[in-house]
Design a protein around this ligand. Structure first.
Ligand SMILES: Nc1ncnc2c1ncn2[C@@H]1O[C@H](COP(=O)(O)OP(=O)(O)OP(=O)(O)O)[C@@H](O)[C@H]1O
Ligand SMILES: [Mg+2]
Length: 274
């Protein structure tokens, strides 16, 4: 790696924030925001101090999924995060509500990400979950270059196309020396409400297999469940529901356990040379 590559730059801690967890994927639409929102709310309901930063500047879905249509206040230079379900939140969707898209290039994106990381009054947090946009672009780089990420979670579905892209995302994090906390397989299966049989809509077992091949932890199999989508669209994350929320709460417990382990580990196991 040359000295100018992102993994080599100094990373300033965010005062008060113990763990930064980035949620990414290769492919879009596989459930990153759903996982991020339920993870942040799940961690809060387990008693952790939890925050959620929506780093998807162009397509911020966190406000809708958390049921928020307020604008954060600023005191002096600092923005006060909005609080919902015990989670501190920041999203571009709070500042640019409605359907008008933002048309920004790299440097602008970089300064927004920095503003969200360091200009928001996060206070004391055990976990700040970061919902990334899909892929391996500018936002990911800006974050990785400047923030000491405890670990990344890669979300995939069991389909081959999603797994192919998930592998790229894993390689990207390895390359810039961000530990991978583990992989989440979302939309793993559907329990047919009529015949009660399991249907493997997007194939079966690919997430676990890929995790094993790439030597990363497998964190959870999350069902494809209409209640998950309804929870997202209605702004009441499914993790708040007793039975249906159980797989998401189990994910939050696993992530907390892995973050503690990762803090003790020295770095990623695989190193890739140029
Ligand atoms: N396990 C699930 N069961 C049912 N619906 C789900 C599940 N996971 C996600 N969804 C739904 O699929 C859609 C896409 O999910 P989401 O927005 O979380 O994906 P994403 O990876 O963040 O997308 P993008 O790449 O655009 O940011 C949403 O409508 C969400 O409610
Ligand atoms: Mg998203």
């Amino acid at each position: 790696m040359s000295p100018n590559q992102p993994g080599q730059m100094p990373k300033m801690p965010i005062p008060g924030v113990k763990n930064l967890i980035a949620v990414g994927s290769g492919k879009g639409g596989v459930g990153k925001t759903t996982v991020s929102v339920n993870l942040a709310v799940g961690l809060a309901s387990l008693g952790y101090k939890s925050g959620l930063m929506d780093a998807d500047v162009y397509g911020p879905n966190v406000p809708l999924m958390m049921g928020i249509n307020r604008t954060p206040m600023a005191f002096g230079e600092r923005i006060q995060p909005i609080e919902q379900f015990g989670v501190k939140l920041m999203s571009m969707g709070f500042l640019n509500p409605g359907d008008k898209p933002l048309v920004w290039r790299g440097p602008m994106l970089h300064s927004v990400i920095q503003q969200f990381l360091r200009g928001v009054d996060w206070g004391e947090l055990d976990y700040l979950v970061i919902d990334l946009p899909p892929g391996t672009g500018d936002v990911q780089l800006s974050l990785i270059q400047t923030a000491p990420i405890t670990g990344a979670i890669i979300v995939t579905t069991p389909s081959d196309v999603s797994l192919e892209d998930a592998r790229k995302a894993i390689f990207m994090f390895h390359q810039v020396k961000v530990p991978i906390l583990g992989m989440v397989e979302n939309m793993s299966f559907l329990m047919c409400p009529h015949c009660k049989e399991r249907i493997d809509v997007f194939s079966y077992g690919g997430g676990r297999r890929t995790a094993e091949q790439m030597d990363v932890h497998f964190l959870a199999e999350l069902p494809l469940d209409p209640a998950v989508r309804i929870g997202g669209d209605s702004g009441r994350p499914i993790v708040l529901r007793k039975d249906e929320g159980e797989p998401f709460l189990a994910l939050a417990k696993n992530v907390a356990a892995r973050a503690e382990e990762a803090a003790k580990e020295e770095g990623p196991k695989i190193e890739i040379s140029d």
